[in-house]
Design a protein around this ligand. Structure first.
Ligand SMILES: Cc1ncc(COP(=O)(O)O)c(C=O)c1O
Length: 356
């Protein structure tokens, strides 16, 4: 059986070394030494001044939205995981969807400009989908001119660099997910990152109930993560270069085997990628469903990331976004993991090509 991904597990002995230390100290959670070490190491690696480790990528988004005081209309992408839209709605905001650019599948900067003329906005929340990005400087400038904060949901973008610098340096705040299915994971986990110290202090405060000892300074929530999760992160971080290399080699093999009429997803040329996903685009939804059936018959389970387009979620009534609606019907993520074999990639590719 081959799924769209397979969670990486490190050498058990390496993880047990950390567990033994936890057993010695009895420090299980609440800003323990492994959480602090992970925050320091990842902050340095991702080149951000403030790195805040939290329980998951959804809470990371909610903390960012709350700390920035977003309310009312927020511009957002319809092409992402439902956590992006749901976080806004959960925090009482109204998502206004910006259609995507048909190549990068990230928000169309020109549409940001036109939608901002007809809506009063409190912020922008968009996604570095598949670890890719559009014109980040342009988007930053637009947000600045509008006087509103820009949040990047970087759930897929761990370790990605744009124009030679960490992608998490763009926007007012960036978030990431360290869920077990991600290129780097802490089983469950996530982060909020910002170079604004005042904002970081606010997020740190509300991550932990909004109080320090007897000083109750804010209305917070519990977004802290544990020593066990941080320990998994520390072991996995050491393995990240090898994980990324294997995914890069596997992606190149797919590149060489998949041909016309498969449309390969194009990444921004100024990007140092992390190879988090391998999406392909079909000419039609019928073709996608036909190929998926053939793969499923061989116990291969790709995923329709991201389907449906979020403006069409049955739980909301979003504005029309033609590009996102069209792409979401035709895009499929193929199996990719830290140890997928060459033989499996050859098999997936040959079933796809022979069924077209
Ligand atoms: C784009 C995006 N945002 C947010 C999330 C939520 O992250 P988590 O599962 O860590 O809550 C995900 C999860 O896959 C995601 O893909």
């Amino acid at each position: 059986m081959l799924h769209v991904t397979k969670s990486f597990l490190p050498d058990l002995k390496e993880y047990v070394k950390y567990l033994e230390k936890i057993w010695d100290t009895h420090h299980l959670t609440n800003d323990g030494p492994f959480v602090k070490e992970l925050e320091y190491k990842l902050g340095e690696f991702l080149e951000v001044e403030n790195f805040i480790f939290v329980t998951n990528g959804t809470i990371a988004l909610q903390l960012a939205i709350k700390a920035l005081g977003l309310n009312g209309n927020v511009l957002t992408t319809p092409f992402s995981y439902c956590a992006t839209t749901n976080s806004l709605i959960w925090e009482g905001c109204n998502p206004v969807f910006v259609d995507i650019d048909p190549i990068s599948l990230t928000v169309n900067s020109e549409q940001i400009k036109s939608l901002s003329k007809h809506n009063s906005l409190s912020g922008i929340l968009t996604t570095h989908v598949y670890g890719n990005c559009g014109d980040l400087e342009k988007q930053e400038l637009m947000a600045k001119e509008m006087g509103i904060p820009l949040i990047y949901d970087g759930a897929h973008a761990f370790g990605v660099k744009y124009q030679g610098k960490s992608i998490f340096n763009y926007g007012t705040v960036s978030t990431c997910s360290f869920h077990a299915t991600k290129v780097f994971h802490t089983i469950e986990g996530g982060a909020v990152m910002t170079n604004d110290l005042k904002l970081a202090d606010k997020i740190r405060g509300i991550r932990s109930f909004g109080h320090r000892n007897d000083d109750y300074f804010d209305i917070g929530i519990n977004g802290k993560n544990s020593e066990f999760h941080a320990a998994m992160g520390l072991v996995n971080f050491d393995n990240f270069p090898n994980i990324k290399k294997h995914r890069e080699i596997s992606s190149s093999l797919y590149d060489s085997l998949l041909k016309d009429p498969i449309i390969k997803y194009d990444y921004n040329s100024e990007l140092e990628r992390n190879f988090s996903y391998y999406p392909i685009i079909f000419s039609s939804e019928e073709q996608l469903l036909h190929v998926t059936e053939k793969l499923n018959n061989n116990q291969i389970y790709p995923r329709r990331y991201f389907y449906p387009s979020l403006n069409n979620l049955p739980t909301i009534s979003g504005n029309v976004c033609l590009n996102s609606e069209d792409i979401s019907k035709r895009i499929l993520c193929l199996p990719l993991s830290s140890d997928i074999s060459e033989a499996d990639i050859v098999k997936v590719s040959s079933i796809i090509m022979s069924s077209l």
